[in-house]
Ligand binder design. Sequence first.
Ligand code: WQD
Length: 346
Amino acid sequence: MKKILVTGGCGYIGSHTIVDLINNGYEVISIDNLSRGFQQTINGVSAIVGKTVKNYIVDICNLEDVRAVFEENLDIVGIIHFAAYKSVPESVSQPLEYFRNNITSLLNILECAKEYDVKNIVFSSSCSVYGNADVLPVTEATPLKEVQSPYARTKVMGEEICGDYIKANPGFKVILLRYFNPVGAHPTSLIGELNQKPENLVPIITQTAIGKRDSMTVFGNDYDTRDGSCIRDYIHVMDIANAHTKAVTKSIADELPSDCELYNLGTGNGVTVLELIKTFEEVSKTKLNYTIGGRREGDIIAVYANNDKAKNELGWNCQYNVEAMMDTAWKWELQLASTAKKVLLN
Ligand code: WQD
């Protein structure tokens, strides 16, 4: 069985990707220092796949500690590097922490890949690199506008570092995956997005609907869009996960057009904030308590993907629609509440 190292495996997208990798015949280990991830998440992964998935509680910014993991796992054939801080507002207030953590961890992973001859690398990037693109949908060839946050800048720098690394190391391959807005949860509700104080839309919707929050704010309805609220390309986290399995499989099989390829991971459909809320209310049969507020600093007005390249070159297709995204997100929130109640009652 081929072994894949997933960094950030106790996080939202990393955990769902581990499930998909194992379901597709891979052996997986994780490195996650639990600074943003949770042990309960990898426990949920183990419950879903029916075997224990090992997580090394290691700070990837510590090169010696990362080397020790590779030393213990000389049969790693691929790396999927998720581990990074990803809060846009936090990156604005703590830019140096974001550059230190997100760039140092990438450099250490690339260093170990070279030392241990692991030639297949997937890098977690983001649609935030596009900024406010002039033309939509964005393709992989769309010129990058000025990024809106240090977080997005660490992703632009990460992609450039990977490109230079490949040029200096013939035979190594890096795939850059630009996620749009990952949402939803695994259909079992055993794993999902865990964040007590989320800043992103869907967990705020579900926390408001379940009563963890009294209400939520729609940040602006005066944008130049069909209903005045911002447009995003929401994509189910399980579709994002499967794209990683497809990408690393193609890389290992040497079936990609070049040694450094870039792919948009979006559905191709732009959905407004108000449309998403309406879909959530229909799916959950719950009325959401929200108000219309002012615009949020740094928000992109509209961004959604042209995903033809990933479809054609990775053989990847989205399986989940917006209703399924909202349904699994809601069922995850209900599961959290029920688990919390059990803990309180015990
Ligand atoms: C979406 C829309 C908000 C909260 C995401 C991730 C970020 C990065 C880039 C991965 C916006 C509106 C939100 C609320 C609202 N991901 N909103 N009320 O900004 O696209 O950033 O993609 O690399 O980590 O968060 O996502 O969910 O924060 O916002 O009206 O309480 O929802 O204004 O228009 P965003 P988001």
